[in-house]
Design a binder for this molecule. Structure first.
Ligand code: ZN
Length: 304
């Protein structure tokens, strides 16, 4: 097997996880979680999003959270944005890293925004130049590149066209996001191999939801293709607005546990992470989709 010696994991639970929760956490609780993640060793954390508070009330305090968090060298705190208003909010609260998103589904994008995915990305140019002026880094994500609920299969050429549109506006860090949980390992392997070969200048991220139990298999396939950056969520929190009954992101503790057992370094302290995931489960007030929270670590079974 071609496996990396180390990987980077971005914790997205504060954004992708909490935005799907009925209970809106207090800013102090989020702050406790963010600081806990930093203490556990995460170097990349998605703190929240600058969306309309009416549309996503769970993320309304993202600005406040950024101004309360101490920015630490070597720890990247990022937020999701959708438009110019988002970058203005990022500037005001000293957020230094933002992520834009577009759907790989043409039908989805045309129905919602009346433009193609490439036209959406081309429209990000103004946001990027505003960000650059203020020293803010911008990355991009492409949702549903491995399959969409609208058209099923997404041709590779469609994904390439979006990547090229991102490169055109100066974005070279791109996440492929299987928000609908339709990715399968052989497709992940072929898409990732082809993307890495065609666009070696891109810093790739993969974002898997465990909607149909395939997230770990997909991550393994992506590592085989040379990808070393993955998003995950504490407790496995998350969902997808387009997929009724969808379970969440792949759980961070499950992912770190697998990497630990395989001898792949993450820089994350699994014991602290498990404690934090328990705290999250308590805060949201329900059980979550995390194997490790249920079964514990393999190591803990070994009799001394
Ligand atoms: Zn997601």
């Amino acid at each position: 097997m071609h496996l990396p010696s180390k990987v980077t994991i971005c914790e997205v639970g504060l954004r992708d996880g909490l935005q799907n929760e009925a209970r809106i956490l207090q800013t102090s609780e989020k702050l406790e979680l963010a600081n806990g993640l930093i203490a556990a060793g995460f170097k990349v954390i998605e703190i929240g999003s600058f969306m309309s508070p009416k549309a996503v009330p769970q993320m309304a305090d993202t600005d406040k959270l950024f101004s309360l968090l101490h920015q630490i060298d070597g720890v990247e705190l990022r937020a999701l944005i959708a438009n110019k208003k988002g970058i203005e909010r990022a500037i005001n609260c000293k957020c230094r890293k933002v992520k834009l998103n577009v759907s790989a589904s043409r039908r989805h994008n045309l129905a919602n925004l009346n433009r193609t995915p490439e036209e959406s990305v081309a429209g990000f140019g103004e946001i990027v130049s505003l960000a650059v002026q203020h020293g803010i880094e911008v990355s991009g994500s492409i949702s549903m590149p491995f399959g969409s609920p609208w058209e099923g299969n997404i041709p590779l050429e469609s994904v390439q066209a979006i990547v090229e549109a991102y490169l055109e506006v100066g974005i070279t860090e791109i996440s492929l996001s299987d928000a609908s949980g339709m990715a399968v390992p052989n497709k992940v392997y072929s898409v990732c191999s082809s993307m890495k070969e065609s666009y070696p200048q891109v810093k790739w991220w993969l974002h898997f939801h465990n909607t149909r139990g395939m997230a770990m298999a997909n991550i393994l396939a992506a590592m085989q293709a040379g990808i070393t950056r993955f998003d995950s969520s504490f407790g496995g929190l998350g969902g997808c607005p387009f997929v009724p009954g969808a379970t969440g992101n792949v759980s961070s503790e499950d992912l770190v546990h697998m990497m630990d057992e395989m001898g792949i370094r993450t820089g994350i302290d699994i014991v602290r992470l498990i404690e934090l995931a328990r705290k999250v489960r308590h805060m949201v007030g329900h059980d979550t989709d995390s194997y490790i929270l249920k079964a514990g670590r393999s190591k803990d079974l070994i009799r001394k």
